[in-house]
Design a protein around this ligand. Structure first.
Ligand code: IMP
Length: 435
């Protein structure tokens, strides 16, 4: 039995889809544990693209149990659309999906408030750059103990009462932000649609925590699939430019209701360069042609919003922080091939701030904006051999780059991805242990 958590090491979009897909080969249960439809994975199955926001990437392997943990915030309509797309491809056809009844629900008014706050903030230079999927407002209601949960979609009277209470709370906020209050007809339609979605999802709902606990007790391999990245964590990320959930490895235990003593391994995922979507400090960001080149080569456009991602050099202080926050024991390096063809590759090894050298980001975002990256430079390399199966198969500068990152982050690599295809992977260690 092995229980493995996979998390993004920086600001999300580290290429988790491919890595989770590879690890799922050996998993029996795959658990998504935080956030909601703000995440996006592009999966390619038999040459056909499938974009998932809520369903775990493990869905591509028929017969694996896919769980949405109680710590998530779920848009039931998005989930139904994904379920239909998966089933049209013959996936999730045998009831493999289990949705925690305690997971919170995103309703149209959460998205309305998210969008209004962003528009209002943008006018004052205070936008977060959220995905506008209602994530923040849903977690706010949860913390205020007024949230709507999956189980409430199955109880019409309870749902109506909760929605009424939520809208009473939010009406002054909507008005203050310049929004239009929904009419009673519109609210009635929202409720009817949510109840209908609840009925459709009912066969997939249950006690997710006990299901996962039983799987662990029964000696099954369980994989927790993180969404976003460690530096978007609500408590430890670059606040306020973060998401509203716990994205670090500890969030897996919290969300799924599993004790930390049950976890065997934590794997971090880092891209060979850095990206960020939305606002917030990003010391190694590349502007102009250099940034555009990485964006194009890496296809760095959000799977959820289509927004162009901000691109820059790999930031080791940020990576070290991710490693520390999640207790990563190994790293998976993705998209090394994207750097091929550059005359020179840089990696930020520390920051300079007020005459001091820092090996991790300062905690105040204003200080992070002022921090100057200190770079180490590497010769560029040509196309990577897609048949590379060991580090020794890589060109010398790429080898030096990989070895330096591992040494400076203080963690070994378990996997290096040299191309988008599953086969284009150097596998160094299996987090589920020897076969
Ligand atoms: P929210 O999660 O929609 O509230 O957005 C808050 C911040 O987290 C914004 O900067 C988003 O761009 C960022 N974010 C949320 N989910 C993801 C993700 O899956 N990948 C990358 N950034 C994300």
């Amino acid at each position: 039995m092995s229980v493995v958590i996979v998390v993004g090491a920086q600001w999300g979009d580290e290429g988790k889809g491919k890595v989770v897909d590879l690890f799922t080969e050996r998993a029996d249960v795959v658990v998504r544990y935080g956030g909601g439809a703000n995440a996006g994975h592009t999966l390619v199955i038999d040459g056909q693209k499938l974009v998932t926001h809520l369903v775990p990437s493990g869905v591509c392997h028929p017969g694996k149990s896919c769980v949405l943990g109680d710590g998530m915030v779920i848009d039931p309509h998005t989930l139904l659309e994904e379920l239909a797309q998966c089933q049209a491809r013959g996936l999730l056809a045998q009831g493999e999906l289990l949705i925690g009844l305690g997971a919170h629900v995103i309703l149209p008014y959460h998205k309305l408030v998210d969008g209004l706050r962003e528009d209002h903030g943008a006018k004052r230079g205070q936008a977060i750059g959220t995905t506008r999927r209602g994530i923040g407002p849903a977690y706010e209601m949860k913390a205020a103990r007024r949230g709507v949960r999956m189980r409430d979609l199955l109880k019409p009277d309870r749902l109506r009462a909760l929605v009424g209470q939520n809208l009473d709370d939010l009406a002054p906020v909507i008005t203050h932000l310049g929004g239009t209050l929904p009419s009673s007809d519109e609210v009635a339609r929202w409720i009817d649609a949510a109840l209908a979605a609840g009925e459709q999802l009912r066969p997939h709902t249950g006690d997710a925590g006990r299901h996962v606990a039983r799987a662990i007790a029964g000696g099954r391999h369980v994989l927790f699939e993180g969404a976003q990245g460690c530096l978007l964590d609500l408590d430890h990320g670059t606040y306020p430019y973060v998401t509203s959930s716990s994205t670090i490895a500890a969030g897996a235990c919290q969300s799924a209701g599993v004790g930390p003593t049950q976890i065997d391994a934590v794997v971090g995922i880092t891209k060979a360069y850095a990206t960020r979507v939305g606002e917030g400090p990003f010391p190694t960001e590349l502007h102009g042609d250099e940034g555009e080149r990485l964006r194009k080569a890496g296809g760095e456009y959000g799977a959820t919003t289509g927004r162009p991602r901000r691109c820059g050099w790999l930031d080791l202080p940020a990576l070290r922080m991710g490693v520390r926050l999640s207790g990563m024991q190994s790293l998976a390096l993705t998209k090394l091939d994207v750097l091929a063809g550059l005359p020179e590759v840089r990696v930020c090894v520390a920051y300079k701030l007020d005459g001091r050298e820092l090996d991790e980001p300062p905690t105040d975002p204003e200080d992070l904006v002022r921090a100057e990256p200190i770079y180490m430079r590497f010769d560029g390399w040509d196309k990577l051999p897609s048949a590379a199966r060991t580090i020794a198969d890589l060109p010398a500068p790429a080898r030096a780059y990989v070895q330096t990152i591992s040494e400076m982050a203080g963690v070994p690599f378990c996997l290096v991805s040299v191309g988008p295809d599953r086969s284009e992977t150097i596998r160094l260690a299996d987090p589920f242990g020897a076969r």
